[in-house]
Structures are given as structure tokens and as C-alpha cells.
Design a protein. Structure first.
Length: 287
């Protein structure tokens, strides 16, 4: 036994300490002034219905953030001349006079009378004041991954019964770094423009999905599973001596709504999963 061998107890203490760093970092995002400004701006954007999301992506596959003409104005931005709007369905309400059953008085109510096409615009077709950015923007890692990290994680993806595929970009998911498909049993990692360190962090994120989630857990909220997967990626990276905070904090803060309690509540699950991933290794690399 080498003198640097890490015992399971030492490992779990280290994982707990690293997780605490992440939780504290999320808490500090939530208490920043930038977070309130960001929330106020985001509050103005609608959550579109599934049909409208499809319509938006069909007409404008690269759309980043869409809103109506007046919402952009309220955010200090103008739709540029000649911009082509994106047509979506908006509900129409009609006023109806009703008699209140208890008082007998006449009251006005609004009722859905149908839908009409309205136009929204992508942020790329607007100009003016910059939108408040997420105070902890996830930044892709740069540089090389620690030796052996990729091989170790790739072998675990394989043992989990998933086929690992390297692709330039994830089809139909612009900007996504990776995807785990529970039906096809594949894990895809996007490589184009991503450093070696960034790819290995993505691999770990997808491995966590493969181990913790599945088709039967698809009813769990997307927010929760993303917080879990990225927290595991952060912990495992940390144990390998790779600092993933620049990326993981932004990701975990956005999916948790910068709620450190949400992140803390996953502690046991993510620390156990990280310990399992690291279990095959004799020693933690020097940190
Ligand atoms: Zn994910």
C-alpha cells in the first residue's frame, strides 16, 4: 500500500469539503447585486408553450432569447429595422358579462376565445442596452485534462452500458456540450471549439446522468438532475486536481435558481456518486 493511498473516509471528507465550496459559491451568487438585476430582467421573458418553442426553433433555429416588441423596449432595446419577426400563437381573451351567483351582481370576466398569430423577435435582432448577464456565467474550461482522467471516466461510461461518441456538435442542441440518451444508450460529447479539460468535465457530467438518472426518472425535474450531474462533475474534477469552478458554478447556479439550499439538498446523492466514480482509483492525485 502506497503512503498516499486515500481511504474511503478521507475521500468522503474531501468530497464533503469540495461540495461545501460549491454550495458557498452558489450562496454568494444569490447575495450578489448582479443576481437581482439579472432576475428582474429574466422575469420579463415568457415561458413559451411547447408548441411555441417548436415554432420558434423551426423559424429561427439559432434563437437565443425572444420577446415581443414592447418587452424589448421595456428592457431598453429596440428591434432593428427590417428584422423578421418569429410568428407564434398568442391566446386571445374576451370579456364576458356574468351574473355573480351569490350576489346577483353583474361582473366582467375574461375568457379564452382563441389564438392569434403575433410576432416576437430574437435578441440578435435588437440593439440597445446590454441585458444583465448571469452574475456567474458558466465559462468553458481551458487547457488539458489531468492524465488518466478521460480513460477512467470513459471506461465507467462503458461499464454503465452506454456507448461513448465524440461529435463536433450535438445535433439539434446548439451550444450543448454533451447529451446522454437513455433510449439509445449513448453518451455524446461535443468537441468542436472545446478544450481537452472542458470535454473531460462534460464526460463526467454525462457519466453522472448515466449513473443517477434514466428514462424512469424523467419525471424528476430537469433542474434537479442538472444540478446533480454538474455537482458530480465538479467533485470528480476537483479530486483529479482539475478546478472546474468557473464552469460548474455558473451551471449549478442557473439550474438551481442560485438557491444554495437546493444544491445542499443533493449533497448525499452527489457525494456518493462521485465516490463511486473515484472508487476504482487507488490514490487521489495531489491536490
Ligand atoms: Zn446535463
Amino acid at each position: 500500500m502506497s503512503p498516499t493511498r486515500t481511504t474511503p473516509e478521507q475521500r468522503s471528507a474531501k468530497l464533503e469539503a469540495a461540495h461545501r465550496q460549491l454550495v458557498d459559491a452558489v450562496a454568494s451568487v444569490a447575495s450578489s447585486e448582479g443576481w437581482l438585476r439579472y432576475l428582474a430582467a429574466m422575469h420579463r421573458f415568457h415561458d413559451y408553450s411547447a408548441t411555441n418553442v417548436m415554432m420558434i426553433l423551426f423559424q429561427r433555429p439559432d434563437a437565443q432569447r425572444v420577446a415581443g416588441y414592447r418587452t424589448w423596449q421595456a428592457l431598453g432595446r429596440q428591434v432593428v429595422k427590417g428584422a423578421q419577426g418569429i410568428a407564434i400563437w398568442a391566446p386571445c381573451a374576451r370579456r364576458v358579462e356574468r351574473e355573480d351567483e351569490t350576489t346577483g351582481e353583474s361582473v366582467t370576466a375574461r375568457t379564452l376565445s382563441g389564438f392569434r398569430l403575433v410576432h416576437v423577435f430574437d435578441v440578435a435582432d435588437t440593439e440597445g442596452e446590454p441585458l444583465p448577464e448571469h452574475p456567474a456565467q458558466a465559462t468553458l474550461l481551458t487547457g488539458e485534462a489531468p492524465d488518466g482522467m478521460w480513460t477512467h471516466l470513459a471506461s465507467l461510461v462503458d461499464s454503465a452500458g452506454f456507448q461513448l461518441e465524440l461529435v463536433d456538435d450535438i445535433a439539434g442542441r446548439p451550444g450543448a456540450n454533451g447529451v446522454t440518451d437513455f433510449l439509445a444508450h449513448t453518451v455524446q460529447v461535443a468537441t468542436s471549439g472545446r478544450s481537452n479539460a472542458s470535454q473531460v468535465r462534460t464526460l463526467c457530467h454525462e457519466l453522472a446522468h448515466a449513473k443517477l438518472h434514466g428514462p424512469s426518472t424523467s419525471n424528476r425535474s430537469r433542474e434537479l438532475i442538472e444540478v446533480q450531474a454538474e455537482s458530480v462533475a465538479f467533485l470528480v474534477s476537483h479530486s483529479f486536481g482539475l478546478d472546474a469552478m468557473d464552469y460548474s458554478l455558473g451551471y449549478v447556479a442557473s439550474w438551481s435558481g442560485a438557491d444554495s439550499e437546493v444544491v445542499l439538498a443533493t449533497a448525499r446523492t452527489v457525494q456518493r456518486c462521485a465516490a463511486e466514480i473515484l472508487a476504482g482509483l487507488d490514490d487521489d492525485p495531489p491536490s
